[in-house]
Write a protein that binds this ligand. Sequence first.
Ligand code: ZN
Ligand code: ZN
Length: 446
Amino acid sequence: MSQVHTPTYAANDEASVDIARLVSGLLEQSLEHADRDTINGTLHSVRSVRTWLDALEIRAARRVRQLHEAGRADSPVTTLIDNNGCSGRDARTTLDREGLCADMPLFEEALGGGCVGGAHLDAMTRATNGLSPDAKTAFASHQQRLLALASQMSPDAFERRCRDLARSIRAQLDAAAEADRISRQRSASNVRQWVDRPTGMGHTHLELDPERHAALWTTIEAHLASVRQRDGNSGRPFGELQVEAILELVSSGGSSATSGTGAGSSGRRIPEIEVLIDWQTLAEGVHDSTVCETVDGIPLPVQTVQRLCCEADVLPVVLRSTGEVLHVGRTARVATRAQRRALAALHRTCAHPHCSAAFSRCQIHHVVPWEQGGRTDLDNLIPLCTKHHHLVHEGGWLLELHDDRTITLTRPDGTRSFSGRTTDRLVAQSQSGQRSQRSQPGQRSH
Ligand SMILES: [Zn+2]
Ligand SMILES: [Zn+2]
């Protein structure tokens, strides 16, 4: 980003003449009695002049940086603040624009032309924030296409397209890191509480990964809706009712409100969270216009949504490529009570060979994913605890279930980790086992 770059910026006579003409037109303009077309034309000229000024500032910032590096000027931020009358934040924005133009010179050339402005550059900066250097290089390699989009789009719409592109690049380049992100977010989750001495108020700050945050707020909002319906609550402040709803959930629900999506222990399950995903992404993986996010627009890794599809409490809203809703809900997607009972008869614990998590804490995993045609049949279902469920979806491990109900576990590098039996309850030993055998004759090898 900080490489010195001298783009072939079109600050030639032609562009300068144009700007001079625009500015002199603006100087003569009187707006008091102007009609709509005149105002529109004026605003158009203002935009052209502004993008030209944006370009000028970028080149000034670049030169200041070079002078500063040579010990002949103050730092670029100081220089911009002192001489340009801008805030520190504006100064850093200008420097970000300069860095971006060094990587994407086509944008700098286009800046003087009036269609693309500094706001488009800022949109790209925000959208690529957090990308690895490799991913940023890959992003910059799309500059021609991005420029075509930017010249037809508002900065806001352009930013959404940039985010989509950034996400697909991240998924393609850095699949492991992307999958790992949600588990890092999970382990970085925390809660803090303190008392503010001057006011005496207690504060509780809960920092959560996007998946559990969405689940938590779905729960709170569902309960809040019923709290608001109660007599006498219509006039009470919203914040007070929200607190009441949260406290009621905490005191009545035990751990269920914070125990994670679908981590269905035997008791109450938290309500659905909605996830938006397009069909192609769900079935085949990330592509250029992937949609994969919570309803609030927080991006989720595709592997996470695929895992969520195994869990009863998540409602994927699957979109067709044209954007219409293709499928909502859980019909025939989640194991039925009877299937859960039959599986409980086969497995006391998580089916991972070295795991002792109780069956009641497990999620029912589709070995062949539902979205790839895997049926919700016993011979495609196996219980996994949260940790091992993450392992097979986000962790890149392959779990295969064979007709005799033995499994094969393959590590992400393709080597075999385990092959053998995982059912740990013999039919003859329990009532429920016999029930299972009756419901699924021919299922078992033991
Ligand atoms: Zn699963
Ligand atoms: Zn496990």
